[in-house]
Design a binder for this molecule. Sequence first.
Ligand SMILES: [Zn+2]
Length: 193
Amino acid sequence: MTALEQLIEALKRLPGVGQKSAQRMAYHLLQHDRDGARAIAQALAAAASQVRLCERCHTFSEAPVCEICSDTRRDASLLCVVETPADQAALERSGSFQGYYFVLQGRLSPLDGQSTQAIGAQQLLARAAEPAVQEVILATSFTAEGEATAHVLGEALRARGIKATRLARGVPVGSELEYVDLGTIAHALVDRR
Ligand SMILES: [Zn+2]
């Protein structure tokens, strides 16, 4: 493969990018923006080697423990479970949650063989069992897989005597939290049950 072909193949790994868009991006960078191409290469290499997962909540972090988990002013009685760092960021932006988070490694997807183990359920159960935690809020998405994930985790938590609640239904069915407006997220949090 030529270097150009390798670049196009690499760009196709991005979500939603097919052959045509990958070609367009590659040609654009090489024809009009070589500095941009070098900046992207550097930023990717740095992020891939420096960004890891927080030991406590598994969100992206460059330190062993992320900023939110290190903040002792937050409400330790509430633990909010989300599917991705992007969903966590959406909840943070809504300003309506003062507790701590736990970020799953995706959601249950039986068809893809995604199991409870693979999404970090064991670590969640261990974290939720800490004495300070009074309630676990399941804020997985309102897709079929997100609902299934919330159901399975909720059962597992309740079986251990831990209170588990679900975001209220203000969030449109089928939606990823990341794309829901902040007011709706805030309501869904307040009306959780
Ligand atoms: Zn953290």
